[in-house]
Design a protein around this ligand. Structure first.
Ligand code: X6L
Ligand code: MG
Ligand code: MG
Length: 172
């Protein structure tokens, strides 16, 4: 079993429902157990394409799947929820990124882990630090990377229902 971290994002459609649908689909998959879900954040769009604001969150999962299978599962779930890839870095109903897969480093076509740009992206690191405060990225603790970023625009959406995962968040 390997602990992996996934980044979730949505800026098209019913963003909150789409993030929860991603959690549900991952939780239903063979070989994937969700261990933690971060709070949900509203984040300004980052990158060269003008687009609407995102909801972002991160998941910790324990998995018996190889990294490539976890990636393929994530891409299939994206497609099942309307993901189109018309514009690179454009708006999307659902994005599921494999951020880290145990301590394994992989560089293959379509599969680079740890995600090479996550340490530059506050919309990834803020929710990731919530569920993995002791994570080390490229030899530096996540907090050191966060200290170099402007996190002031990464806004917790505590008005939204938290992401619910099987075995947690059950009614009392
Ligand atoms: C120059 C060139 C500067 C490219 C930045 C940054 C490209 C981010 C892609 C870049 C560049 C990305 C999300 C997002 C996207 C998201 C928020 C990407 C892929 N995904 N903004 N922008 N959340 N807030 O999940 O991350 S497009
Ligand atoms: Mg992404
Ligand atoms: Mg992606």
């Amino acid at each position: 079993m390997v602990e992996a971290f996934l980044g979730l994002g949505s800026n098209l459609g019913d963003r909150h429902t789409l993030l929860q649908a991603a959690v549900d689909a991952l939780a239903a998959a063979d070989g994937v157990m969700i261990r933690a879900a971060s709070p949900i954040y509203e984040t300004p769009p980052w990158g060269p394409v003008p687009q609407g604001p995102y909801l972002n969150a991160c998941l910790a999962v324990e998995t018996s799947l190889p990294a490539r299978a976890l990636l393929d599962l994530s891409l299939a779930i994206e497609r099942e929820h309307g993901r189109e890839r018309a514009i690179r870095w454009g708006p999307r109903t659902l994005d599921i990124d494999l951020l880290a897969y145990g301590d394994v480093a992989i560089g293959e076509p379509g599969l680079v882990v740890p995600h090479p740009r996550m340490s530059e992206r506050a919309f990834v690191l803020v929710p990731l630090a919530d569920i993995a405060p002791r994570l080390v990225i490229a030899g530096e603790p996540i907090g050191a990377w966060l200290d170099m970023l402007d996190t002031s625009t990464i806004i917790p959406r505590s008005d939204l229902a938290p992401l619910t995962t099987p075995g947690r968040d059950r009614a009392a």
